[in-house]
Design a protein around this ligand. Structure first.
Ligand SMILES: Cc1ncc(C[n+]2csc(CCOP(=O)(O)OP(=O)(O)O)c2C)c(N)n1
Length: 395
């Protein structure tokens, strides 16, 4: 059924690609058939790991909201409800690939190796940027980006570098728009949201990626809302159609189905690595929680809509599928226990971290000393030492 009002050219949108139905039964949509082979060789153990990643991230996410409410974090950005597409896509990447996230990709961060404590340092205000992307332990997972769509440009730049490196290895330094892509052996995946798709930067990124056939895959998690603006106000057509208009392979998937995300992600990333050019995945999902801990979604959305999406919860869907495959109760109990333990460990660890040296906020502004920065540094030193004087007076 077409989701789009009749336009000059009549187009029918295929059903979103889906392997698991809302109850978690294996029931592929007709659009999924072409991708089924991507799941060959993926066994119960992998599916169990995906489930574990989702449950641990959700427990951590819930704990982070509590920490924010207790004044221990400046802000938190929940991702509950979006774990399904994130886990499938993250597992579809290879170690040499690079990931450019927005700010809600906690499951992807976990799968790529960024520790939850590192993630929370940012939200506790202990670091300006976040983790060390050059540390192999962090899985080429780049920094969270709050300036909407900036990461689409960063990803493009990185993918262009991957392409140029491959060309240099092949003995050529020329790069012409419109030429066929060449095999790079590595690719870049960028994440952003439906609201971000309205940004100029996001659209320019697609033009550039298509022109230069960069090894990139753009993932748009269409979670229904850009803070309080509903998706219907952002676009009159499904988003994947926009990417088709830029001349890229593009599909719409059920974003609460980890299998669909994995299968399509694996295909698109492989094609990108092989020189087949960029891809675009619109993942239909839903933000179950608030936009951030500063937001109250009950002010702008209906309870019935929320409840309908709760019924399609990706974690419950994966659990049902695993049970269908014969996984027993002991596994689910162990995962739940481990997730609770991990959330508590992260909580204890973040509360015990010593605060950063205040001076560190001036350290990386410019490479060389700058008079305005020195002025601010001196002001802060004076301000901080004024408290020492107060302590002496009261003592
Ligand atoms: C360039 C820019 N403009 C505006 C904002 C304020 N802002 C932060 S999040 C957001 C909504 C983003 O919605 P969406 O892209 O759908 O992602 P979601 O938060 O739903 O995951 C807005 C407008 C911003 N961070 N950056």
């Amino acid at each position: 059924m077409s989701q789009t009002p009749k336009l000059a050219v009549d187009m029918v949108d295929p059903d979103p690609i889906r392997f698991l139905d809302a109850e978690g039964r294996y029931s592929p949509s007709s659009s999924a058939a072409d991708y089924a082979a991507e799941l060959d060789g993926v066994g119960i153990e992998e599916f169990q790991q995906w489930y574990r990643d989702m449950v641990e991230t959700r427990a951590f996410d819930t704990e982070a909201t509590h920490l924010q409410r207790q004044g221990q974090l400046a802000l938190w950005v929940p991702s509950i409800g979006q774990e399904g597409c994130q886990v499938g896509l993250a597992h579809a990447t290879e170690p040499q690939d690079h990931i450019f996230p927005a700010y809600r990709e906690h499951t992807v961060a976990k799968v790529r190796g960024v520790s939850f404590v590192e993630l929370l340092k940012l939200f506790r205000g202990f670091t300006h940027g976040g983790w060390d992307v050059t540390d192999p332990a962090n899985g080429n997972f780049h920094l969270y980006t709050l300036v909407l769509a900036a990461q689409a440009q960063h990803a493009n730049g990185y993918a262009l570098g991957q392409l140029l490196d491959a060309k240099l290895r092949a003995g050529s330094s020329a790069l012409d728009a419109g030429e066929q892509g060449i095999a790079t052996g590595e690719a870049t995946m960028a994440f952003y949201g439906d609201g971000t798709s309205s940004q100029g930067d996001a659209n320019e990124a697609l033009i550039f990626a298509a022109s230069y056939q960069t090894p990139s895959v753009f993932v748009v998690q269409n979670n229904g809302w850009a803070i309080s603006v509903p998706f219907e106000r952002q676009s009159r057509t499904p988003l994947y159609r926009r990417a088709l208009g830029f001349g890229m392979r593009a599909v719409q998937i059920d974003g609460n189905d980890p299998l669909a995300a994995f299968a399509v992600g694996r295909r698109f990333m492989r094609l990108a690595r092989e020189g087949g050019g960029p891809g675009y995945i619109e993942a239909l999902t839903y933000r179950i929680g608030a936009h951030t801990t500063s937001d109250d979604p009950t002010r702008y959305r209906e309870k019935a809509e929320l409840e309908a999406w709760r019924d399609r919860d990706p974690v419950e869907r994966m659990e049902a599928y695993l049970r269908e495959l014969g996984v027993d109760e002991a596994f689910f109990a162990e995962v739940a226990e481990q997730a609770d333990r991990e959330a508590k460990r992260v909580r204890d660890a973040i509360l015990q971290l010593p605060p950063p040296d205040a001076d560190s906020m001036f350290a990386h502004v410019y490479t060389e000393a700058h008079p305005r920065i020195e002025e601010q540094r001196t002001w802060l030193e004076r301000y901080e030492s004024s408290f020492e004087a107060d302590e002496e007076i009261t003592a």
